[in-house]
Design a protein around this ligand. Structure first.
Ligand code: NAD
Ligand code: UGA
Length: 527
């Protein structure tokens, strides 16, 4: 019979460890879940009302499990006492960061497994009884073997069952993704003991239909996670490559994506053309696969995947050049408003955001940037710019709202698909004007539509987006972030002529804005 898990420890209280364990704890009142981290600040924030990360619906889940607001005995804990949490647990998730190596063998491509290894060492040193150890982090194929070697060397008297259970959540929709996953993937060895450990882990996911829990061998599991991210990123690079052809020919990318996506073999999601994908994982995971292929001397395979990242860099550069060209190839002292800094909506995360690269290129051309994002802090924006293009701070000002950022702007550049910037939200008979609160619920249940309202395309058709609810008051820097609306009429009055808008996310209706006197350049649409 599989062991019943009573206590879980999760090493790493980040974007994955925090939300995943909050949901596991909420769904398993009988399991005590402790999330640990080296960062005292992060743990203190998880214990407070100002959580360290923003995710729609997260606070409500944390409140139930951490504070027992539904009457339960609290079963979600946050701690920096890593050793105690490890020793008390039957099952330990390793959910630490696995960034790209910056030095040494494989620098710039290979995954840096130092944090995974340090977590494994902590487990080996703190454990006094047998444990199930679960790789939650995204790791290269073969990492489970390294863990086994570490445990065998450091704690030979104990038995460790090593499982792979990669996470597929996307930020901004993490809670919905965790509650309604397409699949839960569990990789184990083939022997009975490993299978029993896999079953114990499967039982933790008690809210997921059994037919969505897929068990495979551990190497397939590790590689499948990388493969999934690479194929998602590849779709975006493919559609972005086609957007360049569209801009040169008069074909329209939204129409193209609709037609292509209607083929059920292809499907319509992850085909939204953009100024480039961002986020902490796509680039690093594609590069990790490139490195794996290179290490196996599979040069053609490596080149294939490398082109996904190259195309993304090209797309970002192409967008920056398009802006520069439209402003007569000189941006010196021209004010450009940047709307959106997060790498996607409904998150504060800016890691690898396309906005950072594009802002850097515009600054290099001499532009003065006026930046606004509904959730990202001024400090975060300056930190991002400092590492991407040092000495940029004198060329940048951050504003608390979009209209202030747009005053006297020669161009408005949309970098994140925040609902606030859209022109096609529900409940709005016209567009523009601050949304009145009666439209709030409507907009929250509307789908994330593309800008091409004339073609009626809803490329994203992402059911997860429909469940977003307002964040709890007090945890959000900008509690109106999801209901506020840009007044495009007002923007038309404050920007400089010829009122250029560069829509890096295809979220505005260019015809609507044209009727207000704007000239909109969208991705994948000829000027
Ligand atoms: P993160 O940087 O937000 O969090 C990682 C946390 O681990 C940090 O708080 C860090 O302090 C902590 N940590 C590192 N080493 C530690 C140690 N030895 N002991 C205790 N704490 C330690 O990272 P993340 O975004 O949560 O990603 C974690 C992993 O999950 C990565 O492998 C990533 O590829 C994968 N992943 C991320 C996402 C996502 O949406 N961010 C989705 C799926 C998978
Ligand atoms: C992605 C995957 O979607 C998750 O399944 C995976 O678990 C996660 O990476 C991970 O391993 O970290 P995430 O990066 O949070 O999730 O968000 P996505 O929705 O995939 O978007 C990534 C980037 O691609 C964003 O910049 C987004 O704006 C862009 N994108 C997305 C497009 O340009 N077009 C699209 O059609 C979709």
């Amino acid at each position: 019979l599989p062991k019943t898990v009573k206590r879980i420890c999760c090493i790493g209280a980040g974007y994955v460890g925090g939300p995943t364990c909050a949901v596991i704890a909420k769904q398993n009142p009988d399991i005590q879940v402790t999330v640990v981290d080296l960062s005292e600040a992060r743990i203190a924030a998880w214990k407070s009302t100002a959580l360290p990360i923003f995710e729609p619906d997260l606070y409500e889940i944390v409140e139930v499990a951490r504070d027992g607001t539904d009457g339960r005995r609290p079963n979600l804990h946050f701690s920096t006492d890593i050793a105690t949490a490890i020793d008390e647990a039957d099952l330990i998730f390793i959910a630490v960061n696995t960034p790209t190596k910056t030095a040494g063998l494989g620098a710039g491509k290979a995954s840096n497994l130092a944090y995974v290894e340090s977590a494994a060492r902590m487990i080996a040193e703190a454990a006094t009884s047998d444990k199930i150890v679960v790789e939650k982090s995204t790791v290269p194929c073969g990492t489970a073997d390294s863990l086994r070697t570490i445990f065998a060397a450091l704690a030979p008297h104990l038995a460790f069952d090593i499982l792979s259970n990669p996470e597929f959540l996307a930020e901004g929709t993490a809670i919905n993704d965790l509650l309604n996953p397409d699949r839960i993937l569990i990789g184990s060895l083939k022997d009975a003991k490993s299978k029993s450990a896999a079953e114990a882990l499967a039982q933790v996911y008690n809210w997921v239909p059994r037919n969505r829990i897929v068990t495979v061998n551990i190497w397939s599991s590790e590689l499948a996670k990388l493969a999934a991210n690479c194929m998602l990123a590849q779709r975006i690079s493919s559609i972005n490559s086609l957007s360049a052809i569209c801009e040169a020919t008069g074909a329209e990318i939204e129409e193209l994506a609709q037609v292509v996506g209607l083929d059920v073999r292809i499907g319509g999601r992850m085909l939204k053309a953009s100024a480039g994908f961002g986020g902490s994982c796509f680039k690093k995971d594609v590069l990790s696969l490139v490195y794996i292929a290179e290490s196996l001397h599979l040069e053609e395979v490596a080149l294939h995947w490398k082109s996904v990242v190259d195309l993304n860099e090209y797309q970002k550069g192409r967008f920056a050049r398009r802006i520069t060209r439209a402003l007569h190839n000189t941006l010196a002292n021209k004010r450009i408003a940047i709307l959106g800094w997060a790498y996607k909506k409904n998150t504060r995360d800016t890691r690898e955001s396309a906005a950072i690269t594009i802002a850097g290129q515009l600054i290099a051309e001499g532009a003065q940037l006026a930046i606004y994002d509904p959730l990202v802090s001024e400090k975060q924006i300056f930190d991002d710019l400092e590492s991407a293009c040092p000495n940029a701070s004198s060329s940048v000002k951050v504003y608390p709202d979009a209209s202030a950022a747009c005053i006297d702007a020669c161009a408005v550049v949309i970098m994140t698909e925040w609902d606030e910037f859209k022109t096609d939200y529900a409940g709005s008979p016209t567009f523009g004007g601050m949304a009145n609160s009666s439209t709030d619920d409507h907009h929250l249940t509307s789908t994330s539509t593309s800008a091409s309202s004339d073609s009626g395309i809803d490329m994203q058709d992402d059911p997860s987006e429909k469940s977003a609810v307002l964040p709890a008051p007090g945890i959000d820097d900008n509690p109106n972030y999801s209901t506020k609306r840009i007044d495009w009429r007002h923007i038309a009055a404050v920007v400089r002529r010829p009122r250029l808008v560069f829509d890096g996310r295809n979220v505005v209706d260019s015809d609507m804005l044209a009727s207000l006197g704007f000239r909109v350049q969208s991705i994948g649409k000829a000027d």
